[in-house]
Design a protein around this ligand. Structure first.
Ligand code: ZN
Length: 120
């Protein structure tokens, strides 16, 4: 079965549908079992950039803000029963797994303030 990568947390076990359609950019409205971002909903409801409907060109800023908030709050696993047990500890994503997932998104890890306490 094909799996997809969450553009927010980098978890690569998203099943059934791609979070955002490649050509139309249409969201799946699925919820990531790792970071709990709901593609197509969280952009407008779980972060506040001051838009009622977030413009497409601001999506990366939304992802970054959500990612920061999620990690600062302890990277709590969204749906522990749908996320690999080996990746979690006390309901949170293990540090080394977060790093691994973020690397998958090619994020500049040494330029992220919210990773300062991580062993990079
Ligand atoms: Zn995610």
């Amino acid at each position: 079965m094909e799996t997809y990568t969450c553009p927010i947390c980098g978890y690569d076990g998203i099943e059934d549908e791609t979070p955002y359609e490649e050509i139309t950019n249409a969201p799946s409205y699925e919820i990531c079992p790792c970071c709990r971002f709901q593609y197509g909903y969280s952009e407008d409801h779980d972060v506040d950039l001051g838009y009622i409907v977030t413009p497409d060109e601001m999506k990366e800023a939304v992802f970054q803000l959500y990612r920061k908030q999620w990690i600062e709050k302890g990277a709590v696993v969204g749906h522990p029963e749908s996320y690999p047990k080996a990746f979690q500890e006390n309901g949170k994503v293990k540090q080394e797994i977060i790093i691994k997932q973020l690397k998958r998104l090619n994020l500049p890890l040494d330029n992220l303030t919210f990773l300062e306490e991580f062993k990079l």
